[in-house]
Design a protein around this ligand. Structure first.
Ligand code: PBG
Ligand code: ZN
Length: 325
């Protein structure tokens, strides 16, 4: 007789019983695809550091958004690749600037699609910082004033959700105040509430043509700080954020589970460019099984407590989920 007093393997014997007792599920409903749209180009350009990801010309955005909708991707996050950069990123709050145009184009192409704008300035500034720079640093409150102008332009263009990524203090309260005062109290805000100053954003900066001098260490979070990571998200909840976010995802899942335990708001993770590149390039070299690694990674996000997942793999995941059924 064995001295084993419980046999876990009883519930692992067949696919059917494993399906029955599985504790975490992932579906297309959870996915948001980030999309890069570049002004002034004629055809799409693949990113060298993110194989399978493109900068789309504005003219091809409608077809792409419609294709995604047909596949069951119901939310996209738009990033502009600007040819009109200046010191403060003013194109981002121009009524006919790139941000406003791509929102309008996506909504017209597929009105049911949830169109989210990444609300920041680094894609629109020459120096690549996420706001107004004075004496070598990003000034918080002048940046907030510009952010209020930017989100109103996005709202008037028809955006469904605002997603500020600049890590300015008070950004959620400032956005909420601006939206509410102009009749947009129904538009939700998904805050990049806990965003670390991370080397995992490397490929993204090529993607949006950001030539950053210096670092973002004076506004994005120190990777070493778990308690502060919780406080950052809870502060945004207090200011009225509808959805919270942790970014990057894979190496910050302790932070995800901590926020999950302390907040009842929906929680997103952003599986960022460097995380995408590591899987994509390792798989292309035969080191790992791409689909298995991606699905395992997504499962880990859900298990840690994420409700929503922003990932450049979203379209591929939709294809894989279709194959399975
Ligand atoms: C800009 C922004 C960044 C990302 C989303 N919005 C980069 C940064 O902060 O430097 C990262 C996306 C990615 O790496 O996939 N505020
Ligand atoms: Zn930024």
């Amino acid at each position: 007789m064995s001295s084993i007093d419980f046999r876990f393997r009883r519930l692992r014997r067949t696919p059917a019983i494993r399906d029955l007792v599985r504790q975490t599920h992932m579906s297309k409903d959870d996915l948001i695809l980030p999309i890069f749209v570049e002004e002034g180009i004629d055809s799409k350009v693949e990113l060298g550091t993110m194989p399978g990801v493109y900068r789309w010309p504005e003219a091809e955005l409608p077809e792409f958004v419609q294709r995604l909708w047909k596949k069951g991707i119901k939310a996209v996050m738009l990033f502009g690749v600007s040819h009109h950069k200046d010191a403060v990123g003013s194109d981002s709050w121009a009524e006919d600037g790139l941000m406003a145009r791509i929102i309008r184009t996506a909504k017209e192409a597929q009105p049911e699609m949830l169109v989210i704008s990444d609300n920041c300035f680094c894609e629109y500034t020459e120096h690549g910082h996420c706001g107004v720079v004075e004496e070598g640093d990003v000034t918080n409150d002048k940046t907030l004033a510009n952010l209020q102008k930017q989100v109103l332009v996005a709202a008037r263009a028809g955006v469904d959700m605002i997603a500020p990524s600049g890590m300015m203090d008070g950004m959620i309260a400032a956005i909420r105040e601006a939206l509410d005062s102009e009749g947009f109290s129904h538009i939700p805000v998904m805050s990049y509430s806990t965003k670390f100053a991370s080397a995992f954003y490397g490929p993204f900066r090529d993607a949006v043509d950001v030539h950053l001098k210096g670092t973002r260490d004076s506004y994005q979070m120190d990777k070493a700080n778990g308690r502060e990571a919780l406080a950052e998200s809870l502060q945004d909840e207090i200011e009225g954020a509808d959805i919270l976010m942790v970014k990057p995802a894979t190496v910050y899942l302790d932070v995800v589970s901590r926020i999950r335990e302390h907040s009842t708001r929906p929680l997103a993770v952003y599986h960022v460019s460097g995380e995408y590149a590591m899987i994509k390039i390792a798989a292309a070299n035969g080191a790992i099984d791409e689909k298995a690694i991606v699905m395992e990674t997504m499962t880990a996000f859900k298990r840690a407590g994420a409700d929503l997942i922003l990932t450049y793999f979203a379209e591929q995941i939709a294809d894989w989920l279709d194959q399975r059924s």
